[in-house]
Structure formats: C-alpha cells, structure tokens
Design a protein around this ligand. Sequence first.
Ligand SMILES: N[C@@H](CCC[C@H](N)C(=O)O)C(=O)O
Length: 267
Amino acid sequence: MAFRFHKMHGLGNDFVVIDARADALALTPAQARAIADRRTGVGCDQLIVMEPSTIADVRMRIWNADGGEVEACGNASRCVALLIGGGTIETLGGLLTGDTDGAQATVDMGAPRFGWGEIPLAYAMDTAFMPLAWEQLENPAAVNVGNPHVIFFVPDTDAVELERIGPEIEHDPIFPERVNVNVATVVSRGLIRLRVWERGVGLTQACGTGACATAVAAIRAGLVDGPVEVALPGGSLTIDWAPGRPIRMTGPATHVFTADADLARFG
Ligand SMILES: N[C@@H](CCC[C@H](N)C(=O)O)C(=O)O
C-alpha cells in the first residue's frame, strides 16, 4: 500500500506527516520506528498521522522515533495547523487550537498540570522544587503540558552533558511514563535558553512542549514574565502563559517536500 507524506519541521525538530483523513492507515509501533529510521527509513524525530476526528477538525496521532505513541508534540501541532489552515486539533494530551499567519503558527496548548500524579511521578512531592538530584542537576520542576516534562534551571545549558545524563533521567523509576528532560538558563526576564533530551528520541534541535513546560515553570517560579522567548538550538519560540490561562506557543512551521512511499518497505 502506498502512502503520501509531507516532510515538515518546526525549528529543525522534523516530522513525517501522513494525512490519513480520507484513507485510514493502521500502523504498528515497528512500522512507525522503521519509517522514522534515518538510515533505512524516511527519517524523522516524530511520525505524525492526521485522522478524522468527531470532536475537532483533525485528530493528530504522534509516534516518537522509538515507535512509542505519545500524547503531545508542540512543533508538530504548528505543522498540522499549517496543513489544515488553522483549526482545532484532537490529541491524546488534549484539544488544541491552531492559527496560522504565513509560515508562523500559534497554538493554544491548553492548561499546564502540576499535580505529582498528573506528571506523573511515582510518589508525592512538590513539583515546583523537587527534592531530587542527578549529579550536578538538582531540584527540578515538573510540568505536564499534555506530555511529561522535568526542567532543570542551570547556569549554562551547554555545560550539561545532556546526551549522557538525559537517558538516565528519562528512564528513572520516579517517572513511571518516562519523561522529557529540559535544561534551561534564564538569561533575562524575557529570554530563556533551552536544550532538550526528548523521551523516545534523544537530543533534538527544538521541542515545542519543552519550551512550553520550561516557560511555565519559570513563570511559576517568578524567574521570567510572559510572553517569554525560548531560544533552542534550532531557533526561538514565543510562549505566553499566566496562572489560570492556557499556554500559547508561537513559532515557525516549515513544509519541506511531499512524496510517496510504499508501506510494505517498512514491515
Ligand atoms: N518534539 C515534540 C515532543 C514530542 C513528544 C515527546 N518526545 C514525548 O515523548 O513526550 C515537541 O515539539 O513538543
């Protein structure tokens, strides 16, 4: 069976997006992993499938490169908003609303959650200042923005060996559903630098939900004011949030090319 896909990215966080609104496509985790493989497949950080929705304009399903289906992807939600020309998007993590302005998209990502069971964590603790440490990374915050994030505020993000310590934190039993690992430096009240070790992928050029979770944690801690620029290796996002309000994320969504592939190639 042939399928048509769009290669897209948000700040270098790249996606294979399949529009299955008209023709249903049932993918196994092994097929998702094979499509995402950069040596033998098409190659991407996340595989995105657009399906019909009964509650929104489109249902967006998200698979990490390791084949695991997950609840949220900020950068891909801007790409889907671009493809549908703005509208509502159903995800496992909640209902989103996207607007486009040229190649920029703004997505209402819903309200963040802070309860320890909502992150989720294995046992109760204060999610604003967690009594935990992994080597020099201490006292993180945790925020669920549809998917789980842990955020460490550090003096210099580049000094953290994230490719070494990221997997250890991602798989720590304190995070029963694993976790996305963010290391952030507050540069000023309007600017945060961020690097992310993504659950199920590894280091990426940018993580939209990581930017949302980090901005929310920094605003909650009184370190910055919204809207705040979050600068990632692949470029910047603007995140706006205040307590009691949904998170608004604005940034680019880029369409690279459209092509066809044969599903039989991927097992
Ligand atoms: N790249 C994404 C996040 C994708 C999902 C994440 N790796 C997870 O497992 O929760 C983004 O832009 O938010």
